[in-house]
Design a protein around this ligand. Sequence first.
Ligand code: HEM
Length: 201
Amino acid sequence: MRYPWLRLAVFIIGALVPAYWLYLGGVGDLGPDPGKVLVDNLGQGALVFLLCSLAMTPLQKVSGWPGWIALRRQLGLWSFAYASMHLMAYLFFLLGLDVESLPTEVLERPYITVGAAAWLGLLALAATSTRWAMLKLGKRWKRLHKCIYPILLLALLHMLWVVRADAGRWALYATVGAVLLTARLPSVQRSLVGVGRQGSR
Ligand code: HEM
């Protein structure tokens, strides 16, 4: 395994952050509605890891350092893990474990429908993120994993629905997302190659 210390550092951050939030909730430091704060924090965490995962290819192209790519899959899996914890916290704290009402929520609340679609997309990508799935799916693997971009758009739409009054925070995530989507355009990708290395000469 390449870059084991880097992977370990990402693993520790990914695991410690939600544990710290749980601790804050446990000691009463998450405000009057800790369940809602936990749901929100985990949702934002899922989005941050998704954006970080998408940033790895452009960073590799600019710097030429292969370590970025070594982290891409792990960051994507953390995005899925946070989105799953977000879903579980929602079921536990906001629905009071009334799992039977979930289908109604998904069908009747458009922002939940969109969030669920994003989660299912992340599930499909996580399930096919292994080397075995890559070999088995061949060319279809790349096409499937390009769904990460529509998934990002769904996650941003889901968030916009929730934070309408606080659009500034959303705009920040959306801007980063737009920059990363632009970086995927073939002409931009070509111009990114080696930019960092040229600058350091
Ligand atoms: C079945 C899947 C999902 C459900 C049921 C769900 C549910 C929710 C709910 C109920 C809220 C608002 C909580 C509140 O009242 O403040 C929320 C907010 C949010 N969700 Fe989701 N969500 C899902 C999937 C996702 C996914 C896949 C992502 C990102 C990849 C995501 C990111 C967010 C973000 C960023 C917020 C806003 C947090 C904030 O206000 O700071 N959600 N979600």
